[in-house]
Design a protein around this ligand. Sequence first.
Ligand SMILES: *Cc1c(COP(=O)(O)O)cnc(C)c1O
Length: 235
Amino acid sequence: MEDASARLEAVRKRIREACAACGRRPEDVELIAVSKTFPADAIREIHQAGQTVFGESRQQEAAPKIAMLPGGLKWHFIGSVQRNKVRKLLPLFDVIHAVDSLRLAAHIDEVAAELGLFPRVFLQVNLAGEETKGGYPPEMLERDLPALLELRRVEILGLMTIPPEGPDAESARPWFAALRRLRDRLQSVYQAGLPGLSMGMSGDFEVAIAEGATHVRVGSAIFGKRAYRVEGELG
Ligand SMILES: *Cc1c(COP(=O)(O)O)cnc(C)c1O
């Protein structure tokens, strides 16, 4: 579909412009095309338009789609992680974005050792203390960080957040800035390498880039409006 590749190109252009506006390099911002709720055919079109990195939020939905698509695609798991799904998730996904407890991270580490894998993860932070969302309260993340950094298999890429819904893109800026400041502080206090910031979606990725995002998770701006909500997930 021409539409789909035009939308992809429009998003790429917006990323380039957002980078230019703040003096960053576009190759330092990874675009994750969030394909949840969309069928394998729609993903194939976006892949043919040149996109190789995709995001899914439910294992049951993703597994059959991944099996239908070329092996060269990279998959990021952006949904909340259920312990009992970890064994199925790890072989399918290159990166997991929403790890939010030491217990979960340690479980991932154990399963990864059994499977011979070295998973890469983001630690999700719940900056606003929203009860409806997953994510580490910042102070608990700080408490767990030394133990998280000692896991043998799990590589921590950085921090991820989903800001509270707001009236416009600008309302997300303070949350993006807060995630970056938290990251900077943890890096200097714990000598931790936390280079990644997974933040920004269709409505606000330019603001996220201005605040330092290294991974933007963009769904509807590429695939179009989702017909239904994914349980336990954002719109
Ligand atoms: C669905 C989802 C996205 C993409 O949202 P859009 O507004 O469609 O870009 C990004 N991140 C997470 C965690 C999601 O669940």
